[in-house]
Design a binder for this molecule. Sequence first.
Ligand SMILES: *Cc1c(COP(=O)(O)O)cnc(C)c1O
Length: 387
Amino acid sequence: MDISQIINELGEDRELYFNAVSPPIMQTSNFSFKKVADLRKAFEDEMGGYLYSRGLNPTVDILRKKLAALDAAEDCLVFNNGAAAIFAGILSHVKSGDHIVSVRNPYTWVQRMFDNILPRFGVQTTYVDGREAENYFRATNPHTSFYYLESPNSWDFALQDIEKVAAYARQHGIITLIDNSYCTPLYQQPLKMGIDMAMQTATKYISGHSDTLGGVLCGSHARMKKIFDSEYLNIGSGIQPFNAWLLIRGLRTLPARLERIGKTTRQVVAFLKKHPGVEKVIYPFDEDFDQYELAKKQMKGAPGLFTFVLRTRKMEDIVRCCESLQHIMMAVSWGGHESLVIPRCAGINPADFDPGNVEHRYIRLYTGLEEADYLIRDLDQALGVIK
Ligand SMILES: *Cc1c(COP(=O)(O)O)cnc(C)c1O
C-alpha cells in the first residue's frame, strides 16, 4: 500500500463518524454490551473487540493499523512511551535462566533494565560491539534466547548488519527486537530484513511536535497477541486515546517533515565539517562515516540526529559553546519541530571527564524544522565563543 494511503486513509471509517476528516477521540474507559454471550466472548478474547480501554480502543486502533502497515507488519501495539514498548517486548520473551545478547550502549533505560531489573529474575545480558555481526554469534551460548539491536545508535550511530544478525538468530531459534527510532519505518523496515519485533519511540518523529509520548512495537499477529494478553494488559502501559490522536495527527506530516529535516541536516553537517573549530562529525549518511556503505545499503535515508566533536580538550569549552546557543535549545529528546543540543558531559561527573575519551566530548545535535541558515548562524556564533 502507498505510504500516502496508509497515512491518510487506512483504518479510518469516516462514515461512522459523520464523515469528519479528523477522527474522534474515543475518550471512554469501557464499552457496553446487550448480550451476555457477547460479553463472554470479549472476556475470552479481549483482542477480538472493545471491552475496556486498558486493552483496545477505537482511536488507538486507527493508529495501530497505520503503524503496522508502515512497518510492513501483521500487527502493532502502541504503548504510552517507547521504554514501555521495549520492556513489554523483552519481558514477554525471556524467562529465568535465559541469556540476552545486546548491542553495546543501548538506550539508557534499556541498559538499566538489562543491568538492574532482569538480573533479579535470573536473566543475564552480554553487551557486544554490534558493528561486527560475528560479535553477536560469539557471545551466544546455549541459554541465549534473545538478541537486542539498536541501529543506528542515537549517539555514535553505530550500525548492525540487520539481515546478517537476523538470519543467524532465526537459524538458532533466537528472538530479535530492534530499536528503529532513528530511522522510523519510512527509512528502515527491519521486519523485512528478518527481525521479529521492530520498536520505535513515537515520542520523537511520529509525534513530531514535542507534545506527547508514545511507543510502537510491531511484529506478527501471534506475537503481538501474546504480548497483549499478558504484559500489555497486566502492566497497563497502553497509550491513552488523546495521545493516540496526537500521534495520528503527527503521522499526517511525517514524510514531509523527515524530508525537510534531512535536507537541513545535510546543510548543517556540511557547515560543521568545514568549520576549523570542529574536529569530527558523525552522521550515518556522511561519506566519511565509517559504516557509510552499510548505512546506504539498509537505510533509505537519515533524518536529523548527529554528533560532533569540538577541536578542544576542555570541558569548559564544550559547556561554553552549548550555553552560547541563542536559538538551539538544550534538552533531551529529539524528533520535534525545534532543534536541540545535548553535550555528553552533562551525563558525566566533572571529576570523571576524560578528554582522551572522545565519547566524553560528544555533542549531539538534532536539527528540527527551522531554516538551515538560521541554525548555521546560531552554531557559527556559538563556535566563535571558544577561540
Ligand atoms: C527516546 C528513546 C527511547 C525511549 O522512548 P520514550 O518514548 O522516551 O520512552 C528509546 N530509544 C531511543 C533511541 C530513544 O531516543
